[in-house]
Design a protein around this ligand. Structure first.
Ligand code: HPA
Length: 266
Protein backbone atom coordinates (compact mmCIF):
# COMPACT_ATOMS: atom_id res chain seq x y z
CA UNK A 1 0.00 0.00 0.00
CA UNK A 2 1.41 3.39 -0.95
CA UNK A 3 1.69 5.96 1.80
CA UNK A 4 2.81 9.55 2.21
CA UNK A 5 4.19 12.02 4.69
CA UNK A 6 3.31 15.69 4.32
CA UNK A 7 5.41 18.05 6.37
CA UNK A 8 5.99 21.76 6.71
CA UNK A 9 8.24 24.15 8.51
CA UNK A 10 11.73 22.77 9.14
CA UNK A 11 11.08 19.29 7.70
CA UNK A 12 12.57 19.10 4.21
CA UNK A 13 14.03 15.59 4.33
CA UNK A 14 13.58 12.36 6.20
CA UNK A 15 16.79 11.23 7.92
CA UNK A 16 18.14 7.97 6.50
CA UNK A 17 15.97 7.96 3.38
CA UNK A 18 16.79 8.98 -0.18
CA UNK A 19 14.22 10.31 -2.60
CA UNK A 20 13.82 11.14 -6.28
CA UNK A 21 11.98 14.39 -6.82
CA UNK A 22 9.29 14.39 -9.50
CA UNK A 23 6.74 16.87 -10.76
CA UNK A 24 3.28 15.34 -10.92
CA UNK A 25 0.77 17.03 -13.24
CA UNK A 26 -2.79 17.17 -11.94
CA UNK A 27 -5.92 18.95 -13.19
CA UNK A 28 -5.26 21.52 -10.44
CA UNK A 29 -1.63 22.23 -11.33
CA UNK A 30 1.74 20.65 -10.67
CA UNK A 31 2.83 19.06 -7.40
CA UNK A 32 6.46 18.42 -6.51
CA UNK A 33 6.63 15.05 -4.80
CA UNK A 34 9.62 13.10 -3.45
CA UNK A 35 9.49 9.39 -4.16
CA UNK A 36 11.26 7.05 -1.77
CA UNK A 37 14.05 4.86 -3.08
CA UNK A 38 14.95 1.24 -2.36
CA UNK A 39 12.79 -0.40 0.29
CA UNK A 40 10.72 2.80 0.52
CA UNK A 41 9.66 3.00 -3.13
CA UNK A 42 6.01 3.18 -2.14
CA UNK A 43 6.54 6.08 0.27
CA UNK A 44 6.03 9.66 -0.91
CA UNK A 45 7.22 12.76 0.89
CA UNK A 46 5.70 16.14 0.20
CA UNK A 47 7.12 19.31 1.78
CA UNK A 48 4.00 21.49 1.60
CA UNK A 49 5.83 24.83 1.34
CA UNK A 50 7.93 23.55 -1.59
CA UNK A 51 11.48 22.16 -1.54
CA UNK A 52 12.97 25.55 -0.61
CA UNK A 53 10.11 26.79 1.58
CA UNK A 54 9.01 29.54 -0.78
CA UNK A 55 5.22 29.01 -0.82
CA UNK A 56 3.21 30.79 1.91
CA UNK A 57 0.27 28.97 3.54
CA UNK A 58 -2.43 30.77 1.55
CA UNK A 59 -0.69 30.04 -1.77
CA UNK A 60 -0.08 26.31 -1.30
CA UNK A 61 -1.85 24.31 -4.00
CA UNK A 62 -3.49 21.91 -1.57
CA UNK A 63 -5.67 20.32 -4.24
CA UNK A 64 -2.71 19.56 -6.52
CA UNK A 65 -0.82 18.06 -3.55
CA UNK A 66 -3.59 15.74 -2.40
CA UNK A 67 -4.66 14.90 -5.94
CA UNK A 68 -1.07 14.01 -6.93
CA UNK A 69 -0.75 11.65 -3.96
CA UNK A 70 -4.08 10.06 -4.88
CA UNK A 71 -2.96 9.62 -8.50
CA UNK A 72 0.19 7.91 -7.18
CA UNK A 73 -1.98 5.38 -5.37
CA UNK A 74 -1.46 6.73 -1.85
CA UNK A 75 -4.06 5.48 0.62
CA UNK A 76 -2.62 6.66 3.96
CA UNK A 77 -1.13 10.04 4.79
CA UNK A 78 0.52 11.28 7.98
CA UNK A 79 0.99 15.02 8.29
CA UNK A 80 3.10 17.15 10.63
CA UNK A 81 2.31 20.78 11.43
CA UNK A 82 4.35 23.42 13.22
CA UNK A 83 1.91 25.32 15.44
CA UNK A 84 1.52 27.89 18.16
CA UNK A 85 0.14 26.80 21.55
CA UNK A 86 -3.17 28.24 22.72
CA UNK A 87 -3.70 26.12 25.85
CA UNK A 88 -1.45 26.38 28.93
CA UNK A 89 -0.87 22.60 29.11
CA UNK A 90 0.76 22.59 25.65
CA UNK A 91 4.09 24.39 26.09
CA UNK A 92 6.36 24.80 23.06
CA UNK A 93 7.96 21.48 22.06
CA UNK A 94 4.73 19.59 22.87
CA UNK A 95 3.31 17.15 20.37
CA UNK A 96 -0.44 17.02 19.89
CA UNK A 97 -2.32 14.28 18.08
CA UNK A 98 -5.09 16.15 16.30
CA UNK A 99 -8.65 14.94 16.52
CA UNK A 100 -10.56 18.03 15.42
CA UNK A 101 -10.11 21.36 13.65
CA UNK A 102 -11.71 24.78 13.33
CA UNK A 103 -11.32 26.28 9.87
CA UNK A 104 -11.01 30.09 9.83
CA UNK A 105 -9.52 30.28 6.34
CA UNK A 106 -11.11 32.02 3.39
CA UNK A 107 -10.41 32.37 -0.33
CA UNK A 108 -8.68 28.98 -0.56
CA UNK A 109 -9.91 26.20 -2.87
CA UNK A 110 -11.08 23.59 -0.39
CA UNK A 111 -12.99 20.97 -2.39
CA UNK A 112 -12.65 18.70 -5.42
CA UNK A 113 -16.41 18.70 -5.86
CA UNK A 114 -17.25 21.95 -7.63
CA UNK A 115 -20.39 20.66 -9.35
CA UNK A 116 -20.90 19.71 -13.02
CA UNK A 117 -18.46 17.00 -14.19
CA UNK A 118 -16.55 17.21 -10.93
CA UNK A 119 -19.63 16.12 -8.98
CA UNK A 120 -21.38 17.55 -5.97
CA UNK A 121 -20.77 15.96 -2.59
CA UNK A 122 -21.07 16.65 1.10
CA UNK A 123 -18.29 15.00 3.03
CA UNK A 124 -18.80 13.82 6.59
CA UNK A 125 -16.14 15.23 8.92
CA UNK A 126 -17.53 13.98 12.23
CA UNK A 127 -14.17 12.23 12.79
CA UNK A 128 -11.90 14.54 10.78
CA UNK A 129 -8.74 12.45 11.30
CA UNK A 130 -8.45 8.70 10.63
CA UNK A 131 -9.09 6.98 13.98
CA UNK A 132 -7.12 3.89 12.96
CA UNK A 133 -3.93 5.77 12.04
CA UNK A 134 -4.38 8.03 15.08
CA UNK A 135 -4.61 5.01 17.37
CA UNK A 136 -1.43 3.54 15.84
CA UNK A 137 0.39 6.84 16.44
CA UNK A 138 -0.79 6.87 20.05
CA UNK A 139 0.26 3.26 20.65
CA UNK A 140 3.68 3.47 19.02
CA UNK A 141 4.76 6.95 20.24
CA UNK A 142 6.37 5.67 23.48
CA UNK A 143 8.69 3.41 21.41
CA UNK A 144 10.19 6.61 20.03
CA UNK A 145 10.32 8.35 23.39
CA UNK A 146 7.57 10.71 22.31
CA UNK A 147 4.79 12.00 24.52
CA UNK A 148 1.72 12.70 22.40
CA UNK A 149 -1.12 14.71 23.87
CA UNK A 150 -3.84 12.26 22.82
CA UNK A 151 -6.31 14.80 21.43
CA UNK A 152 -6.27 18.38 20.22
CA UNK A 153 -8.24 20.87 18.17
CA UNK A 154 -6.28 22.68 15.44
CA UNK A 155 -7.34 26.21 14.57
CA UNK A 156 -6.50 26.99 10.95
CA UNK A 157 -6.00 30.67 10.13
CA UNK A 158 -5.27 32.29 6.78
CA UNK A 159 -1.91 33.72 7.74
CA UNK A 160 0.64 34.60 6.70
CA UNK A 161 0.50 37.05 9.61
CA UNK A 162 0.34 35.70 13.15
CA UNK A 163 -2.84 36.24 15.14
CA UNK A 164 -3.76 39.11 17.43
CA UNK A 165 -4.15 38.46 21.19
CA UNK A 166 -7.90 38.98 20.81
CA UNK A 167 -8.12 36.33 18.10
CA UNK A 168 -6.25 33.86 20.27
CA UNK A 169 -8.58 34.60 23.24
CA UNK A 170 -11.50 33.89 20.92
CA UNK A 171 -9.99 30.65 19.61
CA UNK A 172 -9.31 29.52 23.19
CA UNK A 173 -12.92 30.16 24.15
CA UNK A 174 -14.04 28.18 21.12
CA UNK A 175 -12.00 25.15 22.19
CA UNK A 176 -8.90 25.60 20.05
CA UNK A 177 -5.73 23.99 21.41
CA UNK A 178 -3.14 24.89 18.78
CA UNK A 179 -3.04 27.31 15.87
CA UNK A 180 -1.49 26.99 12.44
CA UNK A 181 -2.05 28.15 8.88
CA UNK A 182 -2.18 24.98 6.77
CA UNK A 183 -4.06 22.11 8.44
CA UNK A 184 -7.70 22.32 7.45
CA UNK A 185 -7.54 21.88 3.67
CA UNK A 186 -5.29 18.80 3.69
CA UNK A 187 -7.53 16.87 6.09
CA UNK A 188 -10.65 17.81 4.12
CA UNK A 189 -9.31 17.06 0.65
CA UNK A 190 -7.83 13.71 1.72
CA UNK A 191 -11.20 12.70 3.17
CA UNK A 192 -12.95 13.78 -0.03
CA UNK A 193 -10.84 11.22 -1.92
CA UNK A 194 -11.31 8.51 0.70
CA UNK A 195 -7.72 8.53 1.95
CA UNK A 196 -6.73 7.80 5.54
CA UNK A 197 -5.23 10.95 7.03
CA UNK A 198 -3.91 11.59 10.55
CA UNK A 199 -1.84 14.47 11.86
CA UNK A 200 0.46 15.56 14.66
CA UNK A 201 1.11 19.18 15.59
CA UNK A 202 4.46 20.24 17.06
CA UNK A 203 4.35 23.47 19.02
CA UNK A 204 7.11 25.93 18.27
CA UNK A 205 5.80 28.98 20.18
CA UNK A 206 3.17 30.30 22.55
CA UNK A 207 0.35 31.85 20.53
CA UNK A 208 -0.06 35.63 20.42
CA UNK A 209 -0.81 37.44 23.68
CA UNK A 210 0.54 34.73 25.99
CA UNK A 211 4.01 36.28 25.95
CA UNK A 212 4.79 39.87 24.97
CA UNK A 213 5.80 38.75 21.47
CA UNK A 214 5.96 35.59 19.36
CA UNK A 215 9.16 33.76 20.32
CA UNK A 216 10.00 30.68 18.26
CA UNK A 217 11.58 27.97 20.41
CA UNK A 218 14.16 26.15 18.30
CA UNK A 219 16.18 24.38 20.99
CA UNK A 220 15.63 20.62 20.97
CA UNK A 221 13.15 20.69 18.10
CA UNK A 222 15.37 18.91 15.58
CA UNK A 223 15.61 15.80 17.74
CA UNK A 224 11.85 15.80 18.30
CA UNK A 225 11.20 16.16 14.57
CA UNK A 226 13.57 13.25 13.80
CA UNK A 227 11.79 10.99 16.33
CA UNK A 228 8.40 12.06 15.01
CA UNK A 229 9.42 11.13 11.45
CA UNK A 230 10.65 7.74 12.70
CA UNK A 231 7.27 7.22 14.36
CA UNK A 232 5.52 8.17 11.09
CA UNK A 233 7.67 5.67 9.16
CA UNK A 234 6.92 2.93 11.66
CA UNK A 235 3.16 3.54 11.51
CA UNK A 236 3.13 3.71 7.71
CA UNK A 237 5.20 0.56 7.26
CA UNK A 238 3.26 -1.54 9.81
CA UNK A 239 0.09 -3.05 8.37
CA UNK A 240 -3.04 -1.65 10.03
CA UNK A 241 -6.47 -3.19 10.25
CA UNK A 242 -8.58 -0.18 9.28
CA UNK A 243 -11.84 0.35 11.15
CA UNK A 244 -12.72 3.91 10.24
CA UNK A 245 -15.14 6.04 8.26
CA UNK A 246 -12.49 7.42 5.88
CA UNK A 247 -13.61 5.58 2.75
CA UNK A 248 -17.36 6.00 3.28
CA UNK A 249 -17.62 9.70 4.11
CA UNK A 250 -18.53 11.27 0.79
CA UNK A 251 -22.25 11.68 0.21
CA UNK A 252 -22.82 12.44 -3.46
CA UNK A 253 -25.87 14.34 -4.58
CA UNK A 254 -24.42 14.36 -8.11
CA UNK A 255 -21.67 11.92 -9.04
CA UNK A 256 -18.54 13.06 -10.90
CA UNK A 257 -18.25 12.20 -14.61
CA UNK A 258 -16.67 8.81 -15.29
CA UNK A 259 -12.92 8.97 -14.68
CA UNK A 260 -13.06 12.12 -12.61
CA UNK A 261 -11.34 11.69 -9.26
CA UNK A 262 -10.54 8.02 -9.67
CA UNK A 263 -6.95 7.25 -8.69
CA UNK A 264 -5.42 7.43 -12.17
CA UNK A 265 -7.83 9.82 -13.83
CA UNK A 266 -8.48 13.54 -13.83
N1 HPA B 1 0.11 30.97 14.64
C1 HPA B 1 -0.17 30.48 13.41
N2 HPA B 1 0.59 29.59 12.81
C2 HPA B 1 1.70 29.17 13.45
C3 HPA B 1 2.05 29.65 14.72
C4 HPA B 1 1.20 30.60 15.36
O1 HPA B 1 1.45 31.07 16.48
N3 HPA B 1 3.22 29.04 15.06
C5 HPA B 1 3.53 28.21 14.03
N4 HPA B 1 2.63 28.29 13.06
Amino acid sequence: MSTAIIAGTDIYRIPGLTFNTETIQTPYGDAIVNIGQGAYNDLFFLPRHGPRHTIPPHRINYRAHIKALHMLGVQSILAAYAVGSIQPDIPPKSLVLLDDFLDFTSDRPFTFYEGGDTGLAHTIMSQPYCPTLSQRLRELAPEFDLELRPTGTYVCTNGPRFETPGEIRMYRQLGGDVVGMTGAQEATLARELGMHFAAVALSINWAAGIESTIRIVNEGQEAIRARLLSLFLKVLTTPSDFHCPCQQSVLFTHRPAVGFNDAAGK
